[in-house]
Design a protein around this ligand. Sequence first.
Ligand code: FDP
Length: 343
Amino acid sequence: MKTQKVVTLTQFISEQQSLFPDSSGDLTRIFMDIILAAKIVNRDVRKAGLVDILGTHGTTNIQGEEVKKLDVLANEEFMSALSLGGDCCAILSEENDDVVHVQNHINNKPKYIVAMDPLDGSSNIDVNASIGTIFSIFRRRSMAWNPVTMEDCLQKGINQIAAGYIIYGSSTMLVYTTGQGVNGFTLDSSIGEFCLSHPDIKIPKDGKIFSVNEGNYAEFPKGVQQYVDYCKESDTATSRPYSARYIGSLIADFHRNLLKGGIFIYPPTAKAPSGKLRLMYECNPMAFIMEQAGGKASTGDRRILEVIPEKLHQRVPLFIGSENMVKLAESMYKSGLSQELNG
Ligand code: FDP
């Protein structure tokens, strides 16, 4: 019987590190901490209906959103793995108002900062739909022995060293990039390892899926309304109408579109003029992955990765997915804006 060659995420990362003989191994160890926390959160998600971790925590986060128990738990797991690992100097989490400085006893010159959304798509927790974790890693600018500054934390997305997400779906997957393409690993729970299942992921240039919360249609800018109408029109040459797919969990919607081709839009709305999604730990990491997979990510008028962050929990509109779909949505959005300006 032929045995199938299994490449684990740990082996894959170690191999990548060996390509850079001068590397300190800090980034690899941060990945190991993330993998450990992901396995723990995965275990908790899988028994969510059995133990008392469903429902709300009774507090709200800095964005005024209701915090779910699993949000708190996932945040604690990632914070604890990264802090105990000792290879990053600061963590920016959706669940913490401010940057958490890591007191370091292990690595006395940690140079990496981690931004993360420990549990994205929380409104799906109680209904058994896919949720996930998003992370972004970048290098501090100031010298390692000085306290981490706000400039260290508020860097453009193009400065990311690595980004990834874990999707807790029908199976659990970790997808990441370090700027050398995108690879996906599925958790084989029988051996407790993430195994390479989706090497070198590339998104099709065109897709047939559009993902947007159409409930907000009346509040969308004109150009976004026009693009949504376009997606729903019949046209055999372009295989329209496209399919509408929106779970309301960024990672799940993103992951499907990444594998099949499509566009995800969270536009500005009348109620939320900057959109809903956060730049540092949602849009930037997803944009890095999307570009590495051959797709495109935009605020509607500029590349996500070039937005200069002003605040830790800043929101930006997001148009992300297959290159040609994002280009068209962007151009309709822009011409809609100029139509609105000119009355
Ligand atoms: P959630 O509020 O459930 O955490 O970032 C938050 C997010 O989910 C994304 O995962 C998701 O794409 C979006 O909000 C859904 O927002 P709407 O409910 O407004 O569509």
